[in-house]
Ligand binder design. Structure first.
Ligand code: HEM
Length: 414
């Protein structure tokens, strides 16, 4: 393999152009623990008087991603959070209220509590809702013949599902959509709203507080009602804990699933033979869903911080160094997936790590799978010739592998 140009993996523009699979493949084979220097002069967010941003170790092999994800004692989610950028100490404290930014034992306790609301029964109960919501999303475009797949299809469903899950009224979904865009799209100038991230968090916080109060007084069959009233080992989720979890849900469950759906549409369009197989045999939807997740890898990075000096694959990593797990790279590791770059809707087994691995394994994995399956089931049944029909615009982000707009065309329903 000739050495490709190695881009700056800390720069969101790198991912706006395209996922740099060729460079990632080279690193995986030749420098699996790669030092990404910080851009000279770059400062952490909102910290102009802070020392320069630090570089990070980029991890591209599947085995290493698993080893690191499993070992919370050495590779902490809590010490520096899972966000790659350096963040100010007061923001650090607030972000550590999220389970995703905690280690054992805090994480274990909180996860147990949250699990009370994510039971298989709860998720199963969502299935009929998801089918109904999917139908209404496809109804919205089916007679038009063209649409923007991201705005009109992929963005709609996850938001409706989360609104349903937490029990937020459907008429509030535009508000939820706008908040989640402002929080995740912070690196993309197109999506930066008039207020900063902190103001957005505050607005969401107040909204969550009001919803929790409603459900404390008048519980219903939704996740909010379960969470505000759940007690595990004598512990309850306090108000701050619930409000922060609400924000985490909107963030973790919305953009990611949207990107899996739009990335899946793109992959199917670029691989017409695979799309045809799925159109003629929708029993392949379960394996196709996992292949979409592997191939797209909606989450680009999650960070850990070394809690001690450690050597990994001969590379010395110093205490407090940032160690960044690269999911799109691990999901195309030829040691595990053969052939790794092929999109194969029948791939089985498919032990991808798109949902992470170990103690922080995605809490919404089954919900997300159900959404992806339902939407492609409905789309391929009703609009089987749907295909990409115009330029794809990608998000400028180092967090999510995201398509911002995806024009599609199809024979309209009569
Ligand atoms: C295709 C869609 C999704 C992808 C690719 C995805 C990916 C991930 C990944 C990679 C992690 C692991 C983070 C780490 O190890 O540091 C994670 C954790 C998490 N995800 Fe997802 N996710 C998706 C959908 C969802 C949905 C629908 C929800 C909720 C409704 C959700 C809620 C969470 C939560 C709460 C965590 C933190 C779990 C913990 O810290 O123990 N995710 N997700």
């Amino acid at each position: 393999m000739s050495t490709p140009a190695i881009p700056d993996f800390s720069d969101p523009e790198t991912f706006e152009r395209a996922m740099p699979h060729e460079s990632l493949a080279w690193l995986r084979a030749n420098e699996p623990i790669y030092w990404q220097r910080a851009k000279s002069g770059a400062r952490p967010v909102g910290m102009d008087d802070w020392p320069e941003a630090r570089g990070f170790w980029l991890v591209t092999r599947y085995d290493d991603l698993q080893t690191i994800s499993r070992d919370q004692a050495t590779f902490s989610s809590e010490r520096g959070t899972t966000v790659v950028r350096d963040i100010s100490p007061d923001l650090l404290d607030r972000l550590r209220i999220w389970m995703i930014n905690q280690d054992h034992p805090r994480h274990t306790r909180l996860r147990k509590l949250i699990n009370a609301g994510f039971t298989p029964r709860m998720i199963q109960r969502m299935e009929q809702h998801i089918r109904d919501l999917t139908r209404s999303v496809v109804d919205g475009v089916a007679r038009r013949g063209t649409c923007d797949f991201v705005a009109d299809v992929a963005a709609e469903l996850p938001l409706l599902v989360i609104a349903e899950l937490v029990g937020a009224p459907v008429e509030d979904r535009a508000k939820l959509f706008d908040w989640s865009n402002r929080l995740i799209g912070f690196e993309d100038p197109d999506l930066q709203g008039p207020t900063g991230q902190q103001d957005t968090m505050l607005e969401m916080f107040e909204y969550a507080g009001a919803l929790a109060k409603l459900r404390r007084d008048d519980p219903r069959e939704d996740l909010t009602s379960v969470l505000v009233n759940a007690e595990v080992d004598g512990e309850k989720l306090d108000e701050l804990g619930f409000n922060m979890f609400f924000i985490l849900l909107i963030l973790a469950g919305n953009e990611t699933t949207r990107n899996a759906i739009s990335g899946g549409m793109l992959a199917l369009s670029e691989h017409p033979d695979q799309k045809q197989r799925l159109v003629s045999d929708r029993d392949l939807l379960p394996t196709a869903t996992d292949e979409i997740l592997r191939f797209v890898s909606p989450v680009i990075y999650m960070r850990r911080t070394a809690t001690r000096d450690v050597t990994l694959r001969g590379q010395k990593i110093a205490e407090n160094d940032k160690v960044v797990l690269c999911y799109p790279a691990a999901n195309r590791d030829p040691a595990i997936f053969s052939p790794p770059d092929a999109f194969d809707v029948t791939r089985d087994p498919n032990p991808h790590v798109a949902f992470g691995y170990g103690p922080h394994y995605c809490l919404g994995a089954n919900l997300a799978r159900m959404e992806i399956q339902c939407i492609f089931d409905e789309l391929l049944r009703r609009l089987p010739d749907i295909e990409v029909a115009g330029p794809v615009r990608r998000l400028r982000s180092t967090v999510v592998n995201s398509v911002k707009s995806l024009p599609v065309r199809f024979t309209p329903e009569g």
